[in-house]
Write a protein that binds this ligand. Structure first.
Ligand SMILES: [Zn+2]
Length: 485
């Protein structure tokens, strides 16, 4: 939620909102590395560590958008999905661990595209190098792109810790520091003054393992083109939380993913000046009707341009006093002192001068995203954790409910959170759906979220590359740690 942070920093002066965007990723599909190796550090969290597993008589929502299918069997072998089909049509191999789970649902592991590793929006920004990986994984996120870092070396170290098995977590794609134009007012972004500077910094972060680059809302069109060229030349993708540049301009420049959707689209602001983030962008945005023919035409152009959009509805809801309620289970994850600060932030929602998102604006955001998808656009989702009480993992699940509210079917909402995300990352042949041959990133849920959206909070087991993690154990280990480590 770098965007929001930026807003909080500027709201007293009612300065223009900056934008904070997400990153891009490698175009090449990484090779399957086999079943996830279980280290001693991971073992306390591992519920299922078997090469051959049969999930029997479950409902499957496979991530492709196909209707939920009841009474299915899913066979996992050596970290991959070996078979999926109706009970009776799929033979359970001898030696398989038989998990008969009628009344449960299996969905693909979530692919999150705005999953910060730091906790901002509070006085002292801290890295969530322990709590973040645990909470994302506990809530079904098996692949996460960070979409901007305030503490990029800590984020890099966190990724290395996950990759080395020192802590359980999602496959993390890192972005390095936020990049912004020279006019940035943020001290958390790297301002870019010259093309050579942009090229040098992107080359450096590529060498440090970043696979996406995230730009912010004060960058110029010319500098964005340099960033995109430099990133693409190294196989990195680019995402942004825009403001100074319109969505149409960024799409024409070849940006890969636009974060946040309608609320950050400056395309519709009357009198928009090139390369300038319009002052009071959000206030203006709340008065724009996404149903007008001009906005609808822009949605259709964007949808066919090939650029993707990342939905972050739930974090904006956390800025709506009318809607957002602090979640007791989520609050238990916070350090007590940070929790008091978060509760104060929540109590201050709607205060004069503060950032608020009205229910009407949320409705407009939902409509814009729904229409974008109906027009053929590729929509993914991310959480964007923030000090309003919006935490890793919990936010990813809340997005499901909000996408449902936006009008998407349960299957379409799951697709946005899984296969679409994989496509945006360029990994759709490996992850994002429950089909034979894909990596066994799976979420076992008690109940059926296609019938009752809240059931998606009842995650029991999260499989990453065929290894099943105990969601409750992951959550328990994260208690009290958000805001500390
Ligand atoms: Zn963010």
């Amino acid at each position: 939620m770098r965007v929001v942070l930026y807003r909080l920093a500027t709201l007293v002066t009612a300065a223009a909102l900056g934008s904070v965007g997400g990153g891009g990723s490698l175009g090449a599909q990484p090779a399957f590395r086999g079943r996830l190796p279980v280290t001693d550090a991971m073992r306390p969290f591992v519920a299922i560590d078997r090469a051959l597993i049969a999930l029997i008589d479950v409902t499957v929502i496979d991530g492709t958008g196909a209707p939920a299918a009841a009474h299915q069997t899913v066979i996992v072998r050596d970290g991959r999905i070996a078979a999926v089909g109706a009970v009776g049509a799929i033979a359970v191999p001898s030696g398989a661990l038989r998990l008969e789970r009628p009344g449960y649902t299996v969905i693909p592991g979530l692919v999150g595209l705005h999953e910060h590793s730091y906790f901002g929006g509070v006085k002292r920004v801290t890295q969530m190098s322990t709590s973040g990986p645990l909470l994302y994984l506990a809530h079904g996120v098996t692949t996460a792109m960070s979409a901007g870092s305030m503490l990029p070396y800590q984020e890099r170290a966190m990724k290395q810790a996950i990759d080395a098995g020192r802590i359980p977590g999602p496959d993390f794609l890192i972005t390095g520091p936020y990049l912004d134009g020279a006019a940035t007012s943020s001290t958390n972004a790297r301002p870019l003054s010259t093309p050579a500077e942009a090229q040098r910094i992107i080359a450096y972060w590529a060498s440090e393992g970043a696979t996406w680059v995230k730009v912010q809302g004060r960058i110029s069109r010319a500098m964005l083109r340099v960033v995109i060229q430099s990133a693409h030349a190294r196989g990195l993708k680019v995402t942004g939380h825009l403001c100074s540049i319109t969505f149409a301009e960024a799409a024409a420049a070849g940006i890969d993913a636009l974060q946040h959707g309608f609320i950050t689209a400056s395309d519709y602001v009357p009198g928009k000046q090139p390369d300038i983030c319009p002052p009071e962008n959000m206030r203006i945005q709340s008065t724009i009707d996404p149903g007008t023919s001009a906005v609808q035409a822009s949605i259709r152009r964007l949808a066919t341009s090939g650029v993707s959009v990342v939905s972050t509805l739930a974090v904006y809801e956390s800025f709506s006093r009318d809607r957002f309620r602090l979640d007791t289970a989520a609050m238990a994850m916070l350090d007590p002192e940070v929790r008091r600060e978060v509760e104060a932030n929540h109590a201050a929602l709607g205060a004069e001068g503060g950032l608020t998102v009205s229910p009407a604006l949320l409705k407009n955001m939902m409509r814009w995203e729904y229409d974008f998808v109906q027009a053929g656009g590729l929509l993914g989702a991310g959480s964007d954790p923030w000090g309003t009480g919006f935490l890793p993992g919990f936010g990813n699940i809340r997005n499901f409910e909000m996408l449902r509210e936006a009008g998407f079917t349960p299957e379409a909402a799951i697709r946005i959170m899984t296969l679409n995300g994989a496509r945006i990352l360029g990994r759709e042949r490996e992850i994002g759906a429950i089909t034979v041959g894909r990596q066994a990133d799976l979420v076992l849920v008690q109940g059926n979220p296609a019938v009752n959206p809240q059931d998606l909070y009842r995650i029991v087991t999260v499989f990453r590359a065929g290894v099943g993690f105990d969601a409750q154990a992951l959550r328990k280990a994260a208690r009290g740690l958000v805001g500390v480590r």
